[in-house]
Design a protein around this ligand. Structure first.
Ligand SMILES: Cc1cc2nc3c(=O)[nH]c(=O)nc-3n(C[C@H](O)[C@H](O)[C@H](O)COP(=O)(O)OP(=O)(O)OC[C@H]3O[C@@H](n4cnc5c(N)ncnc54)[C@H](O)[C@@H]3O)c2cc1C
Length: 318
């Protein structure tokens, strides 16, 4: 008996209706899969804020939660401590970010082995940026680019590996085609998912998916969603990483500079609408940049139909 294999994830997204009706909010539509990104805290107070955030979002049962790694590996100890505690004390599956910058292969391999030992099975493998800006030069004896790191990690253990993707092209890529070739190299080296930098126009991401598919990429390219409540800050950060900020977004925040509460409401509506438009185009997984602030993401998840389930106590790792 012959049967047609189900389409690979990316094809599944693209072969569904491209602009169907927005998903109903009546619970009849399958809620999307979410993942959340946190950053490691610098102080005791920020640590408490992070753990409040983790506890608030935990009942939403995300597919995984990831913890960033500071420029040049500057947060190595804090990332490790946070990820290890997530393994020990929560029901969440953590993904540890790891970068190539400022470290030898041996040093990075040791960090990866330590993660495996404490039960971390998922790494977000990145090149990273030079602390304080400036051009990137691979360190002698280190992993030069994220694709090399992915291959190295696969030699250490059978990690699940996610990598970064850039719908608006990485700022230092030689060309959009070279950037796509690089993404393909990372996936060919053993990564199984890409998470995108954030973007504001659904079309930017959907055109990127088209280009990925044309390049033969079929792994999931999960859209990174950044809920923006501080427009001035978002403008500054977006300029530094080549992300276009549409005029309409500025207009939505006009006159709200001193009105924190309304800005947050606008942020929730904008991000939820962005996700729902992508859902209508067949996308069903989203990665949220939480900035360690849970309420906005919690509200957006609620609008999307993602509701808390019972939290099962964490099991001890043998
Ligand atoms: C989801 C996500 C999470 C992130 N988390 C972190 C984090 O925790 N910590 C952090 O410091 N940064 C983080 N970043 C930022 C990231 O480190 C930077 O964007 C960095 O500049 C590129 O990292 P990459 O892994 O995409 O690099 P790569 O995939 O290695 O690509 C970097 C650039 O080099 C080019 N390139 C690749 N291979 C070659 C080659 N052989 N020769 C010449 N050029 C080449 C690529 O086209 C691209 O322009 C994150 C980004 C994203 C999207």
């Amino acid at each position: 008996m012959s049967h047609t294999p189900p389409p690979a994830p990316l094809e599944r997204w693209l072969t569904g209706p491209r602009f169907a009706a927005l998903p109903a909010r009546d619970g009849g539509h399958k809620a999307p899969e979410l993942s959340f990104e946190f950053f490691p805290p610098r102080t005791e107070v920020l640590d408490q804020q992070l753990w409040h955030c983790i506890r608030r979002l935990e009942p939403l049962a995300p597919r995984f939660v990831s913890v960033t790694y500071g420029a040049g590996g500057s947060t190595q100890a804090r990332t490790h401590a946070t990820v290890s505690r997530i393994v020990r004390e929560t029901t969440l599956a953590p993904a540890a970010h790891l970068t190539c910058v400022n470290a030898t292969r041996d040093e990075i391999d040791a960090v990866a082995r330590a993660y495996w030992q404490v039960g971390v099975r998922h790494i977000v493998a990145l090149r990273g940026d030079v602390p304080g800006g400036g051009g990137y030069v691979p360190r002698p004896g280190g992993y030069a680019y994220a694709a090399d790191l992915v291959a190295g990690l696969k030699h250490i253990a059978n990690f699940e590996i996610s990598v970064a993707a850039y719908p608006e092209v990485h700022p230092t890529a030689l060309s959009p085609e070279a950037d796509l070739d690089n993404l393909k190299r990372k996936l060919d080296a053993g990564a199984t998912r890409a998470i995108t930098n954030y973007f504001f126009e659904a079309g930017t991401y959907l055109r990127f998916l088209d280009r990925c598919l044309a390049a033969g990429i079929t792994a999931p390219i999960v859209p990174g969603i950044m809920p923006v409540s501080n427009f001035a800050q978002a403008m500054k950060f977006s300029a530094s990483c080549g992300i276009s900020v549409p005029g309409w977004l500025g207009y939505l925040f006009e006159g709200l500079e001193e009105d924190h509460d309304t800005r947050r409401m606008v942020a929730a509506v904008v991000a939820a609408e962005q996700v729902r438009v992508l859902q209508a185009s067949g996308i069903d997984e989203f990665h949220f940049y939480t900035l360690n602030r849970p309420d906005l993401v919690y509200a957006i998840a609620h609008i999307l139909g993602v509701r808390p389930g019972p939290v099962v106590p964490a099991t001890t790792i043998a």
